[in-house]
Design a binder for this molecule. Structure first.
Ligand code: CIR
Length: 269
């Protein structure tokens, strides 16, 4: 058996400029540039060994490129969310449809809301950020859905940012990369932390793929800190997507799939 990694993504819709914004001011978004950056992002995922599976485009859903918010994917199941922004609820059906091939599905039910960007997994612990998008009910429903698999949910709060994972990311060895101006490191059960460079807030949202940390190009000094701590790091420019308040984790859902070694059987587990 080998573990293959599938990255679910979705194309940047030309309507991106009409995205939801909560903590940043609206500025013009160059759709072509955003599209090119997103394609480069998919290229980095491929170069790190992922198979990229693009979901059907959703032209009328400006934020639909940010697929992370529609589901929480664990090894044992996937929880389909109910996003906090009404405008985003139409994104989840096609994510559920794609994930059904790989995982048993659970659902967050109305009136609870939860965005995937608010869920940080550290081993068998899920930290849930209570936010403008994620309610205490949403966290409770997530806890109920994942308890049978041995996961525990703890609620935390982050300041002045959209999602918990805007402020903190999990690194491969159980350490956290965090922005101390937005989240208290003490909230994570004693997990050791590495601070981002204080002028690089975008650097707190990094993606871990097959032993490599993917870091935004706008955070070179945070990249240096990661490298000094022994991590392999790749960078990708996501500056245009950042104008839509999205980071690197937001643009994919990573799904690990067990495959036969001889690679003749590529069916989902
Ligand atoms: C939103 O406000 O929903 C989008 N403009 C950005 C979502 C970013 N997603 C994420 O951080 N997981």
């Amino acid at each position: 058996m080998r573990i293959a990694l599938i990255a679910l993504t979705r194309a940047v819709p030309p309507s991106l400029a009409r995205c939801e914004l909560t903590h940043i001011a609206r500025e013009p978004i160059d759709w072509r540039r955003a599209r090119d950056q997103h394609e480069a992002y998919e290229g980095v995922l491929r170069s790190l060994g992922c198979s990229v599976l693009r979901l059907p485009a959703l032209a009328e859903h400006p934020d639909s490129v940010f697929v992370e918010d529609a589901a929480v994917v664990l090894d044992e199941c996937a929880v389909i969310t109910r996003p906090g922004a009404q405008s985003r609820r139409g994104e989840v059906a096609s994510v559920a449809e794609a994930l059904r091939a790989f995982r048993e599905l659970r659902y967050i039910q109305a009136p609870a809301t939860l965005d995937g960007g608010d869920v940080l997994r550290v081993g068998k612990r899920l930290y849930v950020g209570l936010s403008t998008r994620t309610t205490a009910d949403g966290a409770r429903e997530l806890a109920d859905a994942v308890a049978p698999y041995g996961y525990r949910v703890d609620c935390v709060t982050a300041r002045d940012c959209l999602h918990l994972k805007t402020a903190v990311s999990a690194l491969p060895d159980g350490r956290l990369l965090l922005d101390p101006s937005k989240v208290d490191g003490g909230a994570f059960g004693g997990a050791p932390g590495i601070a981002i460079h204080p002028e690089e807030h975008e650097g707190a949202n990094v993606l871990f793929v097959n032993e490599t940390v993917v870091c935004p190009a706008s955070a070179p000094r945070t990249r240096e800190a990661l490298e000094e701590n022994g991590y392999a790091v790749a960078s990708v420019d996501a500056s245009e997507l950042a104008k839509a308040e999205g980071g690197l984790t937001c643009c994919s859902l990573l799904v690990s799939v067990r495959q036969q070694d001889d690679r003749r059987d590529s069916s989902p587990r």
